[in-house]
Design a protein around this ligand. Structure first.
Ligand SMILES: C=C(O[C@@H]1C=C(C(=O)O)C=C[C@H]1O)C(=O)O
Length: 420
C-alpha cells in the first residue's frame, strides 16, 4: 500500500529571531496540545502549532518525505540570522518501525523555540506571523490520579513463551539475534498532560533525548543518526543490565555487563549493522572496537559512539535513515530473517515505537533517535490512556525470565514519570 497525505505546498515565510542567552526550560513553554520536542540536557528544540504535515506509508516512504521536504523548503523564504543546526525552517518527524506498513508522520510547527550552545532563538513559520519574543511558561496539570495497568497484546507468560521460541529458532540456525518487544496499557483517572511526562522524563534522564511527536513521548538513550554538515554520528546501544539500590550489588551488576560475552555479542550485531549500512556513504567512519558502559537511573547499556564524514553526493538524512533502519538494536541479524520472525511471533503492531524520531532543518542537518522508553498517548486529545513499549535483544543464550525483567526495568522509565 502507498499512502500519502500532506497539504499543498504554498509559499511560506519562516523567520528566526535570536533571543540571546536567556536560560529557561524549553519544555515548560509547550502548550498541552500538539507538543513537539527534542531536548537533551536543557538544549534542543520544542515546537507547537502546525503549518503543514506529511503522512506517508509504503515503499520508499522516507525518500518521499525527503522529496516533500525539499519541495517545501524550495518554496519557503527563510530569514535566519543564526544559521545553526535547528534554526530556520524545521521539520519534526516520527517514523514507523516498518515504514512500508506503518504510518510515518512529519509536522512543520508554527513556532519553534530552540537552544544550542547557550544561544536561544524562536522561529515562526507561516505567512501571517506575529512578532513573538516572549514565552509564558505553560502550566502542566499536577495530578493524573490513580493509574491502572493492563496487558497489551500478549500477557507476560505468553511473551516469555515467544522469547523461548526465538531462542529455539536461533539454536536451529535460522538467525543470530532478534529483538522482541511487548506493550503494556495504562489508564489514568485524569487526562495525561504530555508536558508533565516530558518534564519528569527530562529531569530524570538529562543525558537522554526527551522527545514528543504526534502523541509519542519518551526519553531515548539511543541516537540513530545525527547529521551536522558532512559529519554523521550515532550512539548504538545493545546489551542491558538492571540497576540495584544496593551500592555493592549495583557495582557488581555494572561489572557483570562490562564482562558479559552474551551482551557483547548482542552489542556487536547492532554496531556492525549500523556501520555496514552507513559506511558506503562515508569517506571515513570511526567505530570503536569495544563499547563503554552507559549508566542510566533504571538500567545500564553497552554503548558505542560511531562518527564519520559523508562523501560528496551522499543522500540526505531521511534517505540515510532509510538505509540504516532498523539496525540490529531494534531488529536483528540477519535483518530480513529477524523482521520476518518479529512479524510472526511478536504479536503486536509496533506502530512508531522503535522507529526513528527527531528533527531535520532546511540545510539538511538534524538528529533522529530511536523511539524507545516511550508512551503513545491514545484516546484522543486530553485522553487518559497510553500504550507503553519495551523490547530486548534475544540471542542463543537468552533466558526468557531475564528478558521479561529487562522489559520491566525499561518500562519503569516511563512508569515512574507517570506516577503521582
Ligand atoms: C528495544 C529497546 O532497547 C534496545 C535494546 C537493548 C538491549 O536489547 O539490550 C538496549 C537498548 C536498545 O537498543 C527498548 O528499550 O524497548
Amino acid at each position: 500500500m502507498i499512502g500519502v497525505t500532506g497539504t499543498a505546498t504554498t509559499t511560506q515565510r519562516v523567520v528566526t529571531t535570536p533571543l540571546g542567552r536567556r536560560r529557561s526550560d524549553l519544555l515548560t513553554k509547550l502548550p498541552a496540545r500538539g507538543a513537539l520536542a527534542w531536548v537533551r540536557d536543557g538544549e534542543g528544540l520544542v515546537g507547537w502549532g502546525e503549518v503543514d504535515r506529511f503522512e506517508v506509508t509504503g515503499p520508499g516512504a522516507l525518500e518521499r518525505a525527503a522529496d516533500w521536504w525539499a519541495q517545501r523548503c524550495a518554496a519557503t523564504e527563510v530569514v535566519d540570522p543564526l544559521g545553526v543546526p535547528g534554526s530556520g525552517a524545521v521539520l519534526f518527524g516520527s517514523v514507523a518501525f516498518d515504514p512500508e506498513r506503518g504510518r510515518s508522520v512529519f509536522v512543520v510547527p508554527a513556532v519553534v523555540l530552540g537552544r544550542r550552545d547557550g544561544q536561544t532563538w524562536v522561529t515562526v513559520a507561516g505567512d501571517d506571523h506575529p512578532e513573538v519574543t516572549e514565552f509564558p511558561a505553560q502550566a502542566a496539570d499536577s495530578s493524573i490520579g490513580r493509574l491502572s495497568y493492563a496487558d497489551g497484546e500478549l500477557d507476560p507468560v505468553t511473551w516469555c513463551g515467544r522469547v523461548g521460541e526465538a531462542v529455539r529458532r536461533i539454536a536451529a540456525g535460522d538467525l543470530d539475534k532478534v529483538v522482541l518487544a511487548r506493550d503494556v496499557l495504562v489508564r489514568a483517572d485524569h487526562p495525561l498532560d504530555p508536558r508533565r511526562l516530558l518534564l519528569r522524563l527530562a529531569a530524570r534522564f538529562p543525558s537522554c533525548w526527551t522527545f514528543a511527536v504526534e502523541g509519542l513521548l519518551g526519553a531515548t538513550p539511543e541516537l540513530l543518526l545525527r547529521r551536522t554538515g558532512d559529519e554523521v554520528s550515532s550512539r548504538v546501544l545493545a546489551g542491558t543490565a538492571p540497576r540495584s539500590s544496593d551500592a555493592a550489588a549495583d557495582t557488581a551488576l555494572g561489572a557483570g555487563l562490562a564482562g558479559s560475552a552474551k551482551d557483547h555479542a548482542e552489542h556487536r550485531y547492532a554496531v556492525d549493522s549500523l556501520a555496514a549500512a552507513l559506511r558506503p556513504w562515508c569517506t571515513d567512519l570511526a567505530v570503536p572496537s569495544r563499547p563503554s558502559v552507559l549508566t542510566l537511573p533504571n538500567v545500564r547499556h553497552l554503548s558505542t559512539d560511531v562518527r564519520g564524514h559523508l562523501a560528496p553526493g551522499a543522500p540526505g538524512l531521511l534517505e540515510l535513515l532509510a538505509a540504516v533502519h532498523p539496525t540490529a538494536a531494534v531488529g536483528g541479524t540477519p535483518r530480513g530473517a529477524a523482521l520476518e520472525l518479529i512479524r510472526e511471533i511478536e504479536g503486536m503492531d509496533r506502530d512508531r515505537y522503535a522507529g526513528p524520531v527527531g528533527w531535520l532543518d532546511a540545510r539538511g542537518d538534524g538528529e533522529f533517535g530511536l523511539a524507545l522508553r516511550c508512551a503513545q498517548l491514545t484516546g484522543g486529545a486530553g485522553g487518559a490512556e497510553a500504550r507503553l513499549f519495551a523490547g530486548c535483544g534475544i540471542v542463543g543464550d537468552s533466558d526468557p525470565m531475564a528478558e521479561l525483567a529487562e522489559t520491566q526495568a525499561k518500562l519503569a522509565a516511563v512508569q515512574a514519570a507517570l506516577q503521582d
